[in-house]
Design a protein around this ligand. Structure first.
Ligand code: EPU
Length: 337
C-alpha cells in the first residue's frame, strides 16, 4: 500500500499552497545523487524543487519530491577583468547577488531581490531591468538522471531565450542542476538603460554610482510593485510578455498610443502582458482567496487560503479574455504541476 499524502509542500512553494506529497528527499551534496540513482529514485519520475518560486501546485503529488539544497560559493577562475564564481544550485538567488555586490563584482545587481535559488535561474533564464541570466552565464554542471553521469553545459548548450532554455524544452525533466558558474566583471559597468533604474538614481543626485546603488534602486522598484511572497503568496510574473508581429503591434499602438513595445527584430515586437491584462480590466481583480495584484497586473496572488486550482482557473480566464479582446494568446511563465 502506498503511504498517504502526509507531507505538506506549503513551505516549499512561494504561493504557499498546502498540497501534499508522500516522500521528500533533501539533496545537500551532489554525491548524494549517485545514491539516489542507485536506489532507483529517478526511475520513479521525481519532481525537483529548489526555491519553489516559479511553481503552481494544483494538486497533491504522488511521485517523490527532491528538494535541491546544494550550497557553496567558490571562485573557479580569475582573469584581469573577470571573476568566475560558482554557486551551489540551492544557494538563494538574492543572497548570491548580495555576496557579489558586497565584493563589487558586477553583473548580477540588476537581478536583485528575485526570489528562488541559483539552480532554477538558468532553467527559465531569469531576467529583470535589462539583464538576463544569459548575459552573465559561464557554465553549469548537471546530473543526467537517465545515465547517472554529470555533464557540463556551456552558454550555447543551454539555448537561452526569453524566459526559456533547453531545460524547458528538449532536455526537460532530464537533469538535476548542481552548480552554476557566472562570469562577473571586476570593473563593473552600471546598466541603467531600463528607465526606472535611471529615474531612481537621478533622484538621489549621487556623484558616483556603484553597483550597490544600482542594486538598491532595483530593490526599491521591486518592493514598490511586487508583493513579498512572505506576506502575500505569489510567483512573480505569472505570464510571459507576448512576442507579436510588428504589424499587429503597430495596429494596437495606433489604437492605444500609451502601449509600450520592445522590438525583437524587423518582424517581431514584445509587448507587456501586464498592459493587456490591465486594459482587459483584471488589475486588482479578486475572486475569493486569489486575485490579480493591484500594483502589477502580471502577478497572480494567493491571499492565504486559496488553491492552485483556483489560480489556474483565474489564469485561464484571463488568458481567454485577453485572447478575445486583443487576439493575443498569453503563455504562462510558471510551471504548473
Ligand atoms: N504595465 C501595465 N500595467 C501594469 C504593469 C505594467 O500596463 O500593471 C506596463 C507599463 O507600460 C510598463 C510596462 O508594462 O511600462 C512594463 O512594466 P514593468 O517594467 O513592470 O515590466 P513587465 O514587463 O511587467 C518584466 C518581467 C519582470 C521584471 C520586469 C522588470 C516578464 C514576464 N516580467 O515585467 O519579471 O521584473 O520586467 O524588468 O518578463 C518575473 O519574471 O517574475 C518578473 C517579475
Amino acid at each position: 500500500m502506498n503511504a498517504p499524502n502526509t507531507i505538506s509542500l506549503k513551505p516549499y512553494n512561494t504561493f504557499g499552497f498546502d498540497v501534499h506529497c508522500r516522500e521528500i528527499h533533501t539533496l545537500n551534496h551532489k554525491t548524494e545523487l549517485r545514491t539516489f540513482f542507485e536506489s532507483g529514485l529517478f526511475a520513479r519520475n521525481p519532481k525537483i524543487i529548489s526555491g519553489g518560486s516559479n511553481l503552481l501546485l494544483t494538486q497533491n503529488i504522488d511521485v517523490p519530491v527532491i528538494v535541491n539544497r546544494i550550497k557553496g560559493i567558490s571562485i573557479s577562475r580569475e582573469t584581469e577583468e573577470h571573476l568566475y564564481l560558482s554557486f551551489g544550485a540551492g544557494e538563494p538567488w538574492h543572497e548570491s547577488v548580495m555576496y557579489a555586490v558586497e565584493h563589487n563584482w558586477g553583473g548580477m545587481e540588476n537581478l536583485s531581490l528575485i526570489p528562488g535559488c541559483m539552480g532554477a535561474a538558468p532553467i527559465q533564464n531569469i531576467g529583470a531591468y535589462g539583464v538576463e541570466l544569459k548575459d552573465i552565464f559561464h557554465e553549469l554542471k548537471a546530473f543526467n538522471i537517465q545515465t547517472g553521469l554529470f555533464e557540463t553545459f556551456g552558454l550555447e548548450d543551454c539555448k537561452f531565450g526569453y524566459r526559456d532554455s533547453v531545460f524547458k524544452n528538449e532536455k526537460k525533466n532530464q537533469y538535476v542542476i548542481t552548480e552554476v558558474c557566472l562570469k562577473l566583471d571586476k570593473n563593473p559597468q552600471i546598466r541603467t538603460q531600463y528607465g526606472d533604474i535611471q529615474a531612481v538614481l537621478d533622484a538621489q543626485n549621487l556623484s558616483e554610482i556603484t553597483i550597490a546603488d544600482a542594486s538598491r534602486a532595483v530593490i526599491h522598484i521591486r518592493q514598490s510593485k511586487l508583493p513579498d511572497p512572505a506576506e502575500i503568496g505569489n510567483s512573480g510574473s505569472f505570464f510571459k510578455n507576448p512576442v507579436i508581429s510588428a504589424e499587429q503591434a503597430a495596429a494596437l499602438q495606433s489604437q492605444y498610443p500609451g502601449l509600450k513595445s520592445f522590438p525583437q527584430n524587423d518582424k517581431e515586437t514584445k509587448i507587456p502582458a501586464a498592459w493587456l491584462i490591465e486594459n482587459a480590466g483584471w488589475k486588482g481583480f479578486r475572486r475569493g482567496e486569489v486575485g490579480v495584484h493591484a500594483k502589477q497586473a502580471l502577478v497572480l496572488v494567493n491571499y492565504g487560503k486559496g488553491t492552485g486550482a483556483e489560480v489556474h482557473q483565474l489564469a485561464q480566464d484571463i488568458r481567454e479574455d485577453v485572447r478575445q479582446k486583443f487576439n493575443i494568446t498569453l503563455d504562462f511563465e510558471v510551471n504548473i504541476w
